[in-house]
Design a protein around this ligand. Sequence first.
Ligand SMILES: [Zn+2]
Length: 745
Amino acid sequence: MAVRATVSRFPIDTDAREGSGLLWGVTVTPFAASDENGQSPAYGSGGDLLPRCENCWAYFNTYCELEQWSWSCSLCGNLNGLSSDAIERYSRPQSCAEMMSSFVDLELPPQEESDEAALEACPVYVAAIDLSSSEEFLELTKSALLAALEALAPGSLFGLATFSHKLGLYDVQGPIPVVKNVFIPPEAEGTLTIELEDVMPLLQFLAPVDTCKDRIASALETLRPTTSWERTTAAGQGLEGVLLGGRGFGVAMEALCGYLGSEYGNTFALARIFAFLSGPPDYGAGQLDTRRYGEQYASQRKDPDRALLPEQTPFYKDLAAVAVQAGVCVDVFAVTNEYTDLASLKFLSIESGGSLFLYTSTEDSTLPQDMYRMLSRPYAFGCVLRLRTSTEFKPGNSYGHFFPDPQYENVQHVICCDSYATYAYDFVFENNIGFSSKSDVPTLQIAFQYSVVVPPQELSNSGGVSTSRTKHHSLQRRLRIRTVQFGVAQNIHELYDSCDPEVVLSLLVHKVILASLEEGVREGRLLLQEWLVILAAQYNDAYKLVQYSNGNSIRSQLDVAFSQCPQLQSLPRLIFALLRNPLLRFHEEGVHPDYRIYLQCLFSALEPSSLHRAVYPVLTSYATPDKQAYPRHSLSRAALLTSGSPIFFLDAFTILIVFYSSTADQTLPFPPPHDCLLRTTINKLKKERCITPKLIFIRGGQDDASIFENFLIEEQDVDGSGLTSVMGFVSFLEDITQKVLEFMK
Ligand SMILES: [Zn+2]
């Protein structure tokens, strides 16, 4: 569990926080294997025995003062009694994880073992494939699923379903695959007239991956796109001569969630649906009207960003709630360059703990690699996240892809969570006293309760004779607790010096995404610029850089580059880059609304360092493929030209570009050979990433280099009104200076 704060020394009170212009909050990556410094948790058992404060319910931790019979809570100071068992345990501190580290991962006692429990422990995966699609789409989906089958843990169950104007369920457990179809009613309010359980019993549909891998593969081979004849016949008629796509996605998803959730009272421990979609749902319940996109192009009067960002129907948000209830996580893979209205669809994935992927072409799609990666890494599921603070302050807003608890404040549910998934919180003071007392130590405690599937082989290692004939997965419930203490900044300089700009960026990105969803992209941009203006004004004020008496010289004295404070210096560049990012660029500049939504979903789950790369890519240069020249360049054409390096490597998180300059020595091998330093670096980056970055090699002077050059943003205009005679980043700073002046007056 990694926890990073915007400032490692907290502001002393509300005045100090407001006076600094900085944000105050943390990012939390609960399932990260180590903390932000690379330290692993202390592992142990008996999570249920961990003492809790009778006043604030915080867990006992190493910061608590332990007496012989009692302990005082490090969050609220309450004195709590110790049970005789705890006294006994804490007399041997070396045997207790919670006495050794403020970061612990404790097993909770197993639930009773039964056949039913064994079945529930099986991870269940269902692929739902859009047949109202093309041969190319189906080819890509097949290769993605074949990759997935390789990554699935032994003992997993797999179901294959298809949708178009009908929903198809495959039974692959017999000698030849059998498909049973149910017609989806075309009406916008329709639901299936028959329970899926009656079409095919769930356990016939869900096949063990271990024994049925080949049969699943041959069933995939039989998939064909529905013909346009089939679609029009099903729809009854084309709409004014336009063929309906017949993509009954909404009803299919609704039925599948119910199907997986219905069996055995509750649910399987972990059920995931991979939904492969080749265009907008346009048939039956949950159909989306994509004409609103065309209308935006036609009329210039409305703010198009504002109009295309909200959902057009609550259908998928409601469906997400059903999925959460059933314990089903839905991953949506949209492979399309058509307007698909992800703004409406996204809720189904992000609220159920799934991911949203968008590929605009079947040709260079990384879908199979992304699926393999996603399934081969560890997952926590059925997670509950709870943040507690010491009494002087409390959480304000919370951000991220979770489901808030309907009853308890600051409790969040996450159906499925990987080691990258990151959440953010900001803080407010409980009152106007703040941390003014010398004894105040700002303290955070994050409790993360979760389940993991323990594969059969690990179980047999745990010793003892297995009584069960069939090896099966077991579920393990765990409690991970992290308690962190922070300092208090005694003055504004200490506050600025303790700033972590990457975490500030994370919180800002969450805020501007929310602002653009609620009020439009234009408002989001304004909020961001305003924030920088206020920060710069407060900074100039704090460092007494401006002599108010002499009005004429104010401008020349003003420092918007934060030259006195290295910790803040990267912020203007980050804000500039964020304003240049498709996340916040205008519709008129050609940012596709689905791509914007995809970026919003991606950015709001990234941990701070990854987000930093996505916003302001890392540019390095190499003298040869085996020798680095400079570890860091600013994203400026001028910087590139003056550096004189022949090879550049750009890491923009979703894309990696190797660029050979047109003046590079012709004897340098292109592309870089497989055993060189540059390749090793690339492979390491790819391996560590939650998504598969696209890798591109460009030879300057021969290949089209525009994709690389577009990343060199510092000479580009921030408003997107095209290249102007004024330089981009420089004129941006000029503009900020002007606004700071106005603000300070
Ligand atoms: Zn307490």
